[in-house]
Design a protein around this ligand. Sequence first.
Ligand code: PBE
Length: 305
Amino acid sequence: MKKFNFGPKKWLGMTGLAAVLALGACSSGGGATSGAAGSDASLGDQVKHKIIGIDPGAGIMTATQKAIDDYGLDDWTLVEGSSAAMNAALDKAIKKEDPIIVTGWTPHWMFSKYDLKYLEDPKKSYGEAEEIHTIARQGLKEDHPEAYQFLSNFQWTEDEMGEIMIAIQDGTAPEQAAADFAEAHPERVAEWTDGIKPVSGDTITLAYVAWDSEIASFSLVQNVMQEKLGFKVNGMQVEAGPMWLGVAQSDADASLAAWLPLTHADYWAKYQDKVEDLGANMTGVKTGLVVPSYVEATSIEDLTK
Ligand code: PBE
């Protein structure tokens, strides 16, 4: 069942003028591409030339700086914060039908909750076919062959991750959302654990970042490794840089949160000799600039107008 993109279309009513007044923006004159429909001010003026970003270590921040260069968005600023702060800003803007531009990615529950769209990226600043990879520390295969096998087997889909993310967003605790998923999909759990002999209490540490997608993957893998394979799984919740460094230095055994080839290209370049790539745990993922559907712009190129 398709779990994403069933968001209500209730934000399509326009109050562009109110948005302009609320932001105190002034009209940029004739011919400008307006932001919210009905407004004469350019989208840039309406959002004060700000893109709402997330934590500075996230690859999407590097990609967005690149987009700012690639598209000549000289007077634009990328605002640093966290995914929680970005989600809050997006929610606030949508409630008022104000224009807003955020750094966004899929899978993410925001596309289910709100009516959103990616701005087209003809210059490919955000890459093309992104995947989420599982990376392991050197020596994991020898030290914990069962964990290595399971982590190599683990692969899932955007819709499956969406079930956990949306449950968490609706208020279910991550561990419970993961347990519910494992119970609802025994055949998937059986595929991932097929032929692996359970251990008795070996400890495995998984590094991850508090991005909604990664909270979902960590929680599910922790649940399955603990409940079905007898591991004790610790989470090491850190920023993106320390996550990669943690696996490279063997402070963590593995991470499910390596976005490649583009999003974490800098980290990969730095640590590829010290980590092992176990392959994609999800394909067809995406990052970019995201706006509510009521914003008229359709491409990053429109931001220069
Ligand atoms: N993200 C979600 C991450 C990868 C997962 C897109 C925020 C990043 O930008 O590094």
